[in-house]
Design a protein around this ligand. Structure first.
Ligand SMILES: Cc1ncc(COP(=O)(O)O)c(C=O)c1O
Length: 392
């Protein structure tokens, strides 16, 4: 008889305060932390068991760079996204942001331009400018509650001869878009035309809601496979961010070798015993968890959408197509950004992310992380409702 698939308990109450959790410990006890992009769920049991077992061995010397790491990526991408990957395309990285920095250094020179689509995950801004490159900002357009790409402006940015690289965030943090095949093809067509390499950060690709489909960028066409790199990390799905282990997938040999040269010169190739092990188990054994977390989160999203619509209409929710990061349009509250931040923290007692962190387009917005138990979400929404009602 086959084993029944494991069932993860996303309702388990787990105390995180006092466990050196940045997400929780930056706030006093009376604030619900809904900022930093990680869930409050325990990771899959097979990972915990394997880590405990490995810990008991008691010797933690330098680990081998085993190809089982590459094989885990091949299995996951093949089974979940129908992407057939070859072993040599996969490279370890300590984290996606580190890998994106490596890509910026490998494929651009100081003074070159790098396209980002704003509002966007805040390190996309700083890793460009901190490395002496220039941001070429393609603002997303908010139309009827949905963020769309301004392709005319995108082409204007890409055709600048100083533009060498585009950092794509798909699914997009914080606006929750899962770009369609048509949109991705159009981005690809423009990047091909203007000789721009695409670095596609797909960290949120497992957390996609009904009616949407994640398409790994290089699978769009043979030509686009030759100009792109994909960055993945099981951390968002399985709550492993503190273990610092990600992967970069690069089908094109020239890009791969250029990227790898920079990895070696920066010496960012060292793996860790407790990073590689959970990474591989997540991708090899924990598909059940990825399915169940999406189901749980989707119920959280639906609950939240209905709640805001019925009880807090002054705040508009940008409906997420993926991720547990919710982009709240608070502009109708007519507060300065400083007042909005204070309002959420001091009146609603919630630790949210300031929208401006993601770019100037985030003025009037806040980002809310709902990777938590339903009861916590209910409490948080009630707090916002009460605080908004007190305003009038
Ligand atoms: C789009 C995006 N990329 C990368 C990261 C961070 O990944 P890593 O910890 O591997 O650098 C995050 C975390 O929130 C993210 O949202």
């Amino acid at each position: 008889m086959e084993d029944l698939p494991s069932k993860h308990n996303f309702e388990e109450v787990i105390k995180r305060r006092g466990t050196d959790a940045k997400k929780h410990n930056v706030y006093p006890e009376d604030i619900i932390p809904m900022g930093i992009a990680e869930t409050d769920f325990k990771c899959p049991q097979p990972i915990i068991d394997a880590m405990v077992n490995r810990a008991e061995h008691g010797i933690y010397g330098y680990p081998l760079n085993s190809t089982s790491f590459n094989q885990a990526v091949i299995k996951w991408q093949g089974e979940r996204f129908e992407w057939e990957i070859e072993e040599e395309w996969v490279e370890f990285a300590p984290a996606i942001v580190t890998a994106l920095v490596t890509a910026i250094q490998a494929f651009t020179h100081p003074g070159d331009k790098v396209v980002i689509q704003t509002p966007v995950y805040h390190p996309f801004h700083s890793i460009v400018t901190n490395n002496g490159r220039i941001k070429a900002v393609n603002q997303l357009i908010l139309k009827d509650g949905k963020y769309l790409i301004d392709f005319e402006d995108l082409e204007y940015r890409l055709k600048d001869p100083r533009t060498k690289l585009m950092l794509l965030c798909n699914p997009h943090n914080p606006v929750g878009r899962v770009y369609t095949r048509e949109e991705l093809l159009k981005i690809g067509e423009l990047c091909l035309k203007h000789n721009v390499i695409v670095a596609s950060d797909e960290i949120h690709s497992d957390l996609v809601y009904s009616g949407h489909k994640h398409i790994p960028f290089p699978t769009l066409s043979e030509e686009l496979q030759q100009i792109s790199l994909v960055f993945i990390n099981p951390s968002k799905t399985f709550n492993l961010a503190g273990l610092r282990t990600a992967a970069v997938i690069t089908p094109n040999r020239f890009l791969r070798e250029t990227y790898r040269e920079r990895v070696l010169s920066n010496r960012v190739d060292g793996r860790t015993v407790f990073g590689t092990l959970p990474f591989e188990i997540a991708y090899n054994e924990c598909g059940y968890y990825a399915d169940q977390i999406v189901e749980y989160l989707e119920q959280n999203v639906n609950y939240l959408l209905k709640y805001f619509e019925e009880k807090i209409p002054a705040i508009k929710v940008i409906q997420p197509e993926a991720t547990y990061l919710i982009w709240l349009d608070c502009r109708d509250l007519r507060m300065t950004q400083e007042a909005l931040n204070r309002f959420m923290l001091e009146q609603a007692k919630l630790g949210l992310n300031d929208g401006i962190l993601f770019g100037e387009e985030g003025r009037g917005f806040m980002r809310m992380n709902i990777g938590c138990r339903r009861a916590v979400l209910e409490d948080a929404l009630q707090r916002i409702e009460n605080a908004v009602n007190e305003l009038s």
